[in-house]
Write a protein that binds this ligand. Sequence first.
Ligand code: ADP
Ligand code: SF4
Ligand code: MG
Length: 336
Amino acid sequence: MALLEVNNLNVRFPTEDGVVHAVRDVSFSVDRGEVLGIVGESGSGKSVTNLAIMGLLARSTRIDGSIMYDGSELVGLPRSQQTKFRGNEIGMIFQDPMTSLNPVYTVGWQIAEAYRAHNKVSKQQGIARAVELLDLVGIPQAVKRVHSYPHEFSGGMRQRVMIAMSMANNPQVLIADEPTTALDVTVQAQILETLMEIKERTNIAIVLITHDLGVVAGMADRVMVMYAGAAVEIAPVDEIYYRPKMPYTIGLLGAIPSEASDGKKLRQIRGTTPSLINMKPGCPFSPRCPLVQDRCLTQTPTLEAVDNPAHLAACHRRAEIESIDVRALFAPEVVA
Ligand SMILES: Nc1ncnc2c1ncn2[C@@H]1O[C@H](COP(=O)(O)OP(=O)(O)O)[C@@H](O)[C@H]1O
Ligand code: SF4
Ligand SMILES: [Mg+2]
C-alpha cells in the first residue's frame, strides 16, 4: 500500500446557487520518495483536493470517499485527531508565503512554534531546530537569519522559510500548492531545486500542485491532470509529455514552450471551464475539444488504461489519439 492513497474522493460545497461538486471521484496515490504533480487550470479542484487531505475544509463541506495515510483513514476523523496528521505527518506549503507568515514575529520564533506545537521542548531547543531547518532549505547564515522578520527576506527566501516551517516535524508527505507561482522564473527554479534536495535527503513524498505543466517537467515522477474537478489523465511524467492521450493535456502542453514543442507554434485552449453546479452528462471538456464527437456529449468517459497499465486517460478517443496531430487542432496563440 502506498503512503498516501486517495480513493473515489468527492467534495461538495452546498451554496445558495446549488451544490458545487468541486472534486469528482478522484483517486491517486503517492509513495515515499515519489513526487506526484497535480496539474490543471485554475478552478479544476487541485487545492480543494489537498485541503480535503489536510482536513482544512469547512464543516459544512461534504467529503466522500477515502483518504488513507499510512494505513489510517482520514475521512470522517474527528477534528481533534486530524491535527495529529496535519502539520505533523503531512506538511503543506501555500502559494503566498507572506499571508502565511506573521509579520510581527521573527521567522525563527514561527518555525520554533510549529515544532513546539507537536514536541515538548524548550524555546531554545525550538530555535535550535529552526536554525537546522533554515539550513536544510539553503538559507545562508541561518544562525543569524533565524532572528530576522519576514519583511527582511525576499519572496524566494520567504518561501524557503515556509518550506522550513512545513518540515519542522519531519513530515512524511509534503503538499506544495503552487509554491512558485508568485515568484520569478530564476527564484522558481531555486525553490524547486530546494524541494528536490529535501526529497533526496529525507525520502519524503511530495505532491506538487501547479497550473503550469512546465513546472512539473523536471520534478515529478508521475503527473495527474485535473479538469473540472476530475482526474482526466494520470501517467509517468515522460508519458504525459511525449505520449499524452487526452486532448486537454495536449492543449496544456501546446501552451508551453518546451523541448517536445521545439520550433512549433504555441497553442491555446479557447473557452472556459464548465460550471460545477448540476454538471451535465458527457465529457466535461467537450465544449472546448477539437476531437469532440456525438458520443462525447452524452457519455462521460472514465479513466482507462491506454497501451500501458500505468497510463490512464478519460477520453473516448484515447486509443486513436496518437495517430492524430491534436496539437495542431488547437488555435494558434495570438502573439501581441
Ligand atoms: N468554499 C467553497 N465554496 C464553494 N465553492 C468552492 C469553495 N472552495 C472552492 N470552490 C470551488 O471549487 C472549485 C475548485 O477550486 P480549487 O480547488 O481552488 O481550484 P484550483 O486549486 O484547481 O484552482 C472552483 O470552482 C471553486 O470556485
Ligand atoms: S471524450 Fe470526446 S470531448 Fe472528451 S476529450 Fe475525448 S474526444 Fe474530446
Ligand atoms: Mg489552487
